[in-house]
Ligand binder design. Sequence first.
Ligand SMILES: [Zn+2]
Length: 322
Amino acid sequence: MFSPATLEERRRYYREEWSDNDLPKFIIKELNKREFGFDHLGHGPNDRYKVFKGKDSLRRFLRYKSPFAAYISVAFYNNPRRREDWLKSEYIFDVDAKDLPIRSCNCEGVCETCLSEALEVVNNLLDTLEGNLGLNNIHLIYSGRGYHIRILDTNLMEADSDLRSEILKYVAGADIPKSEYSNPLEGGTRYKIEHFSIPIAYPKIFTSRIKYNMMHLTGNEEIEGINPRLLKDIIKNRQFLENDEWGLFKSKIGPRRYKDLITAMAKVNLSSIDAKVSIDLKRILRLPTSLHSKVSMKCVEVKNRETFNPLKKAIPKFVEER
Ligand SMILES: [Zn+2]
């Protein structure tokens, strides 16, 4: 498992197992307005600017070429063959298991453990996207080594990179919440309040993200801004976080080191997601139903995000029979 697919295996997959019935509806709709890209030799997607009228011509191409990898643009164009006349783009969150800054395994590539932690991170992001931002046209794709959250809500699809970047920071928890507020009813008197004492809105998102991080630390991490001693103290005292006793936790760590800690954790939050993918309007992403040949897994749409197990749903037949 997780070893590369041979050309023979790729052929078998596209000729015997691949079916256009498995293509998600959001992919088939306006298929001819998207750019496709292919990697035939495993050196990267250098066969680009491809366009298909519909799923029949796509099926013929995949069966004939059995590519190493297949990609589809997040963008829709009036002229996809030249990537001209841009109309709109999906908004993407890309979470790759092998790039997670905090994970309990020490594997080289990906394994069952980090894949399931990637899904936990993704589910936290989805809760915020749906619960806080009210988005509802969201599709989750297992990419072969992680997850793509693909958002097709109309208002967001026309958003530019700057807005996408602002939303990314909010959903990721990339900024430390402010700790000084003022009350206009009391003549603007300023007062201080900690992020963990505010049970709503952005401070709540930030607090839950950094709690997740700290509960998942193994003690082997190298995190910028957190020295080995602080790392040890976080792990020693994190039982207070389990019961959300943040005040106690902070007093054990000490106020100065606590500031270092949340500064570092804000960076960890952002680095759990590939920000370049989120702000890129012309990105191509692995095509759902295609084969991730480096690890011999299928890229598939996730139907039930709570119970999805890639080792049950994304293993091609040729791997089972190896
Ligand atoms: Zn792993």
